[in-house]
Design a protein around this ligand. Structure first.
Ligand code: ADP
Ligand code: MG
Length: 250
């Protein structure tokens, strides 16, 4: 049965964030310390095994790389209030990064773009919209290891613009769906998921005055729906400086 989750209640608590970060970094530093110790021990052997040393060093590099990936995600998560909203077309943003999306999902997944013809613009930071799309598309990819269909469509809904990302993948059990937006909640195991993808999406959408919801059916697929206010009568901020404002009372 399809279940839905709407995210407007509890945003991440600081404790949750701190606990998640501490846990992840602790794991990564544990790997670094253990493998660095192996390297020291191996190097102290009378005839050091260089290939073993190099394999252990590779583990250290992997753990370090995961640390920098996590800090980058954390930084963009924390920095999300520094945004530069512009009047932009979601269709154009999707088209701009479609190459990159195609490449990141691989050829076993079919990506279908269904942009609405009459789509009004939205007032958003283009970098944030790209980040949102990438996060949703990567989740869809992860849900379809054996291949499937990924559809990105847009539509006008009255004064709002709807963006949907649908996949024909594994779907989510109700207990997973319930927690999907929680920062650091992941079912992907340490080493792959950070659990920050949907939390970031949530932050971006609510900051833009929109809403995000997920509908998912285990074994059948998932649809993430983003609703953003249409920028119908918005003057692009960049143009304001060119408008002569009459003196009040005239
Ligand atoms: P991550 O991808 O790092 O695990 P996210 O915040 O992006 O973190 O997603 C949280 C969890 O929600 C995932 O681990 C997964 O269990 C579930 N999820 C998200 N998107 C999908 C999807 N399209 N299909 C199935 N499960 C999903
Ligand atoms: Mg993700």
């Amino acid at each position: 049965a399809e279940a839905q989750v709407h995210r407007h209640q509890r945003l991440e608590s600081l404790g949750q964030l701190a606990g998640g970060i501490a846990h992840d970094f602790n794991n990564m530093l544990g790997v670094v310390v253990n493998y660095a110790n192996f390297v020291i021990e191996e190097a102290a052997e009378p005839t050091p095994d260089l290939s073993a040393i190099s394999a252990d060093a590779a583990q250290i590099v992997r753990a370090g790389k995961r640390g920098t990936d996590l800090t980058h995600q954390l930084l963009s998560f924390a920095r999300r209030e520094v945004v530069r909203p512009r009047v932009l077309s979601l269709n154009a943003t999707i088209a701009d990064i479609s190459e990159m999306l195609h490449r990141s999902i691989g050829s076993h997944i079919e990506l279908l773009l269904r942009p609405a013809a009459d789509l009004p613009p939205v007032l958003c930071d283009p970098g944030q919209i790209e980040q949102l799309l990438v996060n949703l598309v990567l989740n869809a990819r992860d849900a379809m290891p054996g291949g499937g269909e990924l559809v990105i469509d847009t539509a006008r809904l009255g004064a709002r613009v709807r963006l949907r990302v649908s996949d024909s993948g594994a779907g989510m059990e109700p207990d997973v769906l319930e927690r999907a937006f929680e920062p650091f909640f992941t079912t992907k195991g340490s080493g792959s998921g950070t659990g920050l993808g949907l939390a970031t999406v949530y932050g971006i959408v609510t900051q833009a005055g929109g809403e995000v919801s997920i509908a998912s059916t285990p074994g059948a697929g998932t649809t993430v729906t983003v609703l953003l206010p249409a920028a119908l009568d918005t003057v692009p901020p960049a143009d304001l400086s060119d408008i002569a404002v009459p003196a009040p009372g005239r």
